[in-house]
Design a protein around this ligand. Structure first.
Ligand SMILES: Nc1ncnc2c1ncn2[C@@H]1O[C@H](COP(=O)(O)OP(=O)(O)OP(=O)(O)O)[C@@H](O)[C@H]1O
Ligand SMILES: [Mg+2]
Length: 246
């Protein structure tokens, strides 16, 4: 099967912003705080692919996948929507060990079922839980092992994307740190990703989501062929929509 170099993001506005949509041979990572829209972007691209009859693997580690939301963003009749839902293979690991197992099985799924898109929402949630236990126990060996395993999972996702020409969309949570500016002594807020350096390294496209007082913004932080730029948006019933400048 010959695949397009990009797949639709499931939103005309976002496709325009990304010059066609998500690239097919890389990992694209969305990161942002709770409620910033990460799962919305996942369900949009999933519905768009499923609607075309393409198969999607959706790894849901947080119970964030809502079939109701899927139905809202999917145009068409009830029958068409239910048929599209059949194209979504939902995997729900509840521990880092289960996530690892799910990832080992991905390649088999991809080959057997002709998958066009893999979504991991979110990548580092179960990692963080596993790491938290190791940190509490001050178990350095375990900490290294957990980090090694996350790196291995990302490496294999990257390999699947490149070799099979499949879009991989990953989401990730963030945490804030505050550092004091040495000149004006003001505190500056920095947003960092859980498992940050690893995810930054393995994602060729990085998208930050912000939501300050209901004003939502998407920032393209890293891309192979586009500059750093922003996109103000709102979440609506049918998906997402571009907003005017603030
Ligand atoms: N039908 C809808 N119309 C308008 N807004 C909606 C609709 N459905 C969901 N939303 C909004 O989407 C937002 C949640 O977005 P989403 O679940 O994508 O965030 P998230 O970044 O995945 O959060 P988390 O980190 O908690 O998983 C909420 O503010 C919610 O009000
Ligand atoms: Mg979510």
């Amino acid at each position: 099967m010959v695949r397009e170099p990009k797949i639709s993001a499931g939103s005309l506005d976002l496709n325009k912003f990304l010059f066609g949509g998500y690239e097919t041979d890389i990992i694209t990572t969305f990161y942002g705080p709770g409620g910033s829209g990460k799962s919305n972007f996942c369900v949009l691209v999933a519905a768009s692919q499923a609607r075309k009859g393409n198969k999607v693997i959706f790894v849901d580690t947080e119970g964030g996948f809502s079939s109701d939301r899927f139905r809202q963003v999917h145009p068409g009749t009830k029958e068409e929507i239910e048929a599209s839902l059949q194209n979504i293979f939902l995997l729900k690991p509840t521990s880092f060990a289960e996530q690892e197992k799910a990832f080992q099985e991905l390649l088999i799924h991809v080959k057997k079922r002709d998958i066009s898109l893999i979504i991991i929402d979110s990548m580092a949630m179960l990692y963080r839980l596993e790491l938290g236990d190791a940190i509490t126990a001050k178990d350095n060996e375990k900490i290294s092992e957990v980090n090694r395993k996350l790196a291995k999972q990302l490496r294999s996702l990257n390999e699947i994307a490149r070799k099979q020409n499949i879009s991989v969309i990953v989401t990730n949570q963030v945490y804030s740190t505050f550092t004091q500016n040495s000149e004006d002594k003001n505190f500056e807020r920095q947003v960092s990703m859980v498992g940050g350096d690893l995810l930054k390294y393995w994602s060729k496209c990085l998208i930050e989501l912000q939501n300050y007082h209901g004003k939502r913004k998407l920032i393209l932080k890293k891309h192979r062929s586009l500059p750093v730029k922003e996109f103000a948006f709102e979440i609506i019933g049918a998906g997402i929509r571009k907003r005017g400048l603030f």
